[in-house]
Each structure stands twice: as structure tokens, then as C-alpha cells.
Design a protein around this ligand. Structure first.
Ligand code: C2E
Ligand code: CA
Ligand code: CA
Length: 420
């Protein structure tokens, strides 16, 4: 009942049981739990069939059981996920890489297989269950899942907090929207010449009752991976729509506001159709809401995405290239599509005055943008020197902490009221 019939290792119940016994029988010994998986294991199944997959799993269990870790228990939790209990002194981290790279031979074929491993050093007299210990080792592993070089990681508490904050986005998005935990902040964008507020960017903020405020840097990537980002982006769009509509009804001043589009939005026909319908049926003057998209979102876009952007443009919606110059830049982005505004990446702005080449790139980019009939917003302007330099070379708009940070709606409205 406690053995895994495929590999001969312990199954989940068996492993939990055995580890509990060992920990209880040696309370003065320090232990560690390692969590392993085989990268691209599925490929083996796909290429060679399930029988070979099973054979590989069996081999992996044997390798683990006989390796330098001297495991006291080896278990398979599911698919290609193995766990091992070792004495702390046997957990030789430096030798893990050698364990985690194997060549699997099948007939004439050699297959290089790599594993990833997360390690949890079990504190003495802990109240955690064995399952929770395995979860911690697994969290450490998931921390390096996207890294090519680093094959193992040791758990620390910050990893768990990060992990929870990232996962909350997946499970609580609908509730978060419903309960008002997700708010839209506004960051004004200033006219370089008049100094007045010319535009604004809408930025999502998540204030979770359980986890406090969660940075977009954490929840946006998680939502992007899962595709749920479209819901968030649509919610932001609606919130911005309501704000502009409300202020117009009240006869108050309002500026055009940019909403961020994720690369996932540009792959999702449903959300694109919805946005386009909304724009067509909108009672707001065209251009009231603009869209920011990064070059990589633009580059990875489907045919549908392209026709969506073209139609949006025909409806008078302004399109902004976000973070221009960061990551993989290509001039074909601004050549092949008629964007309206180029947002110069913060990375350039923040090196103004520190690097001569950087200054010259900025000067050239502003000129290039103008030659292509694009306006330029400099992002992340934090000092007067940066603003002066940019203004000198013809930059059109400023966005950054030197002028204003992203702020809640009431504050943004008060600022607009003051300026009108
Ligand atoms: P982004 O679109 O490039 O937004 C600008 C980011 O720079 C914002 O960070 C803003 O708070 C920050 N920022 C503005 N001025 C300064 C400055 O002077 N100095 C520094 N150091 N930072 C400044 P935030 O709000 O944390 O957003 C991070 C990223 O998350 C955004 O980068 C955007 O890619 C994404 N994001 C935020 N809200 C949404 C959303 O509603 N939908 C989507 N798809 N992405 C969003
Ligand atoms: Ca943006
Ligand atoms: Ca940006």
C-alpha cells in the first residue's frame, strides 16, 4: 500500500509515513528534504512511449536511492516528482549538479536529461507536517524553474511569501475585483513645455486583506502566464472608462488616459473583440482611452492582433509603444505600425548624465521618433537634471516620480481640479 508500483520507491503516503517515523525516532539529528523533478520528462513519453517513460522513472528512483546523498527514504509524489530524506550532513549541495544531469540511452539514441532540485533543511522540533516540508522544498525548486543554469535552490521564508503572493493572483482575481481589492492608480504625464498634465497612465494596484499590498511586478507576470491578465486589463479599462465618463458628465476637466495591454490580450480573440466593440459603442470622444503595449507584445502578436490594432487605430484610439529600447528592440516595430507615442524606457532616462553614449542614444531616439511622427514620453524621470536634459532635446512629455507618483483616483481627480 505504501510502495509505488512503477518505480519501487515509496508512494506519497508511504514517504510521509516513513519520514515521520524517522524524524520521531531521532529527535537530535538534523535532516533535509530534497524535491526533484526531471525537466521535459513529458518529451520522453512523447518520443519513446510510456513504457520507456516508466523505465526512466524507475531508473531515476534507483539513481536517487544509491547516490551520495545516502537517502533514508525515497518517494515519488506524482509523475516525475521525487522526494528524498537525507541527513543534513549528507546534503552536499555542491555535488547536486552532477546528480542532476544524466544521459539516458535508448537504443542508438542518447538523451541528455536535466533535473531540478529544491532543498528544505528541516528545523529541529518543527511542527510542520511532512507534506508541508515537501511543499517548501518544492517552492524552492519552483523558484528556479525558469532558470537554465541553476539546478538547485535552498528554501528560505521569503520564497514562500513570494510564492503565496504570486499564487493569490490566480485564485483571488475575481474576488479581488469584486471586493475592490484591485484598484486603479493614475500617474499623470506632464507636457514638457507648459508643465501641465497632458495625459495619464492607469496602473493596477492590489491591496489584499490577507497579504497587504502586492506589487504589480509580482501579480502581473503570474496573471500573464495563466492568461487571466485579460480580466484584469478589462477591469482597468472599465474603471478608466467610468472615470472619464463621470468627469465629463460633471463638466470637469479630464485628460486622455493610457491603459496597459498585455501580450496575452493580443492573443485572445475574445478580449480583442470585446474591447473593439466597446470602443465602437463608446460615448467618449475617440482617443480618450489609449493603449500601451510593449515591443515584445507587438512582436509576438498574431494576425488577429495586428488587425485588432489596425481597427482600433481606425476608431481613433491612440497606441503607445511601452518601454522602448529595453530588452530586444527592433526598429521594425515603429516602422511597420503607425504608433502615436513612443515611451522611452526608464533605463535610458535614469542614466542621463552618467554615460555619454546613453545621452546620445536618447538624443537620437527623440529625433528618430519625431521623424516618424511619434511623440515621445520619457518614463521614470526622477530628477530636475533629467527633465532639463530631455526638454533640451525636444522630448514632448514627462512621466516620473520627479513630477508625480501613481496615485489613487481621488487624489488624481483633485490634482486635475486644481489645474483646470
Ligand atoms: P510600466 O507600464 O512600464 O509602468 C511604469 C512603471 O514605472 C509603474 O510601475 C510606475 O509606478 C513606475 N514608475 C513611474 N515613474 C517612476 C519613476 O520615476 N521611477 C521609478 N523607479 N519607477 C517609476 P508599477 O505600477 O509597479 O507597474 C509595473 C509594471 O506592471 C508596469 O510597467 C506594467 O508593465 C505592469 N502593469 C501595471 N498595471 C498593469 C495593468 O493594469 N495591466 C497590465 N497588463 N500590466 C500592468
Ligand atoms: Ca505602461
Ligand atoms: Ca513603461
Amino acid at each position: 500500500m505504501e510502495t509505488d508500483s512503477v518505480t519501487g520507491a515509496l508512494n506519497r503516503t508511504g514517504f510521509f509515513h516513513k519520514v515521520r517515523e524517522i524524524l520521531e525516532s531521532e529527535p537530535e539529528q538534523d535532516f533535509a528534504i530534497a524535491y526533484f523533478n526531471i525537466q521535459r520528462f513529458k518529451t520522453v513519453n512523447d518520443l519513446f512511449g510510456y513504457e520507456s517513460g516508466d523505465e526512466l522513472l524507475k531508473r531515476a528512483a534507483q539513481i536517487l536511492a544509491g547516490c551520495f546523498l545516502n537517502p533514508l527514504a525515497v518517494g515519488r509524489l506524482e509523475a516525475d516528482r521525487f522526494v528524498a530524506l537525507t541527513k543534513k550532513e549528507d546534503m552536499d549541495l555542491e555535488r547536486l549538479p552532477e546528480l542532476l544531469h544524466r544521459t539516458y540511452t535508448k537504443g542508438e539514441l542518447n538523451l541528455d536529461l536535466y533535473g531540478k532540485c529544491g532543498v528544505y533543511f528541516i528545523p529541529r522540533h518543527t511542527k510542520l507536517s511532512v507534506s508541508e516540508m515537501c511543499d517548501r522544498a518544492k517552492i524552492a525548486k519552483s523558484n528556479i524553474s525558469n532558470q537554465f543554469v541553476q539546478p538547485y535552490a535552498v528554501f528560505n521564508e521569503q520564497m514562500r511569501v513570494d510564492y503565496e503572493q504570486r499564487s493569490i493572483a490566480l485564485f483571488h482575481l475575481d474576488d479581488g475585483i469584486k471586493n475592490g481589492e484591485i484598484q486603479v492608480y493614475y500617474q499623470p504625464i506632464y507636457d514638457a513645455w507648459t508643465g501641465g498634465i497632458a495625459l495619464a497612465e492607469a496602473l493596477a494596484r492590489w491591496f489584499s486583506g490577507e497579504f497587504g499590498s502586492i506589487s504589480p511586478a509580482k501579480f502581473i507576470p503570474t496573471l500573464e502566464e495563466s492568461g487571466y491578465i485579460t480580466k484584469l486589463d478589462y477591469h482597468v479599462y472599465q474603471t478608466v472608462y467610468n472615470l472619464i465618463e463621470k468627469r465629463r458628465k460633471e463638466g470637469k476637466r479630464v485628460v486622455d488616459i493610457g491603459v496597459n495591454l498585455s501580450r496575452m490580450d493580443l492573443m485572445d480573440k475574445h478580449i480583442m473583440d470585446t474591447i473593439l466593440e466597446d470602443v465602437k459603442n463608446s460615448d467618449l470622444p475617440s482617443g480618450s482611452i489609449s493603449y500601451e503595449l510593449t515591443e515584445s507584445a507587438y512582436a509576438g502578436m498574431s494576425e488577429d492582433g495586428n488587425s485588432f490594432l489596425t481597427k482600433m487605430h481606425e476608431e481613433g484610439t491612440k497606441l503607445l509603444v511601452d518601454d522602448f529600447g529595453s530588452g530586444v528592440s527592433s526598429f521594425s516595430t515603429i516602422r511597420d505600425f503607425d504608433f502615436d507615442i513612443l515611451k522611452l524606457d526608464m533605463g535610458f532616462v535614469q542614466k542621463i548624465g552618467l554615460n555619454r553614449k546613453n545621452n546620445n542614444i536618447i538624443i537620437s531616439l527623440i529625433e528618430l521618433a519625431h521623424r516618424l511622427d511619434l511623440k515621445v514620453i520619457a518614463e521614470g524621470v526622477e530628477t530636475k537634471e533629467q527633465a532639463d536634459f530631455l526638454r533640451n532635446y525636444g522630448c514632448d512629455y514627462f512621466q516620473g516620480y520627479y513630477f508625480a507618483k501613481p496615485m489613487p483616483q481621488e487624489e488624481f481627480e483633485a490634482l486635475l481640479d486644481k489645474q483646470s
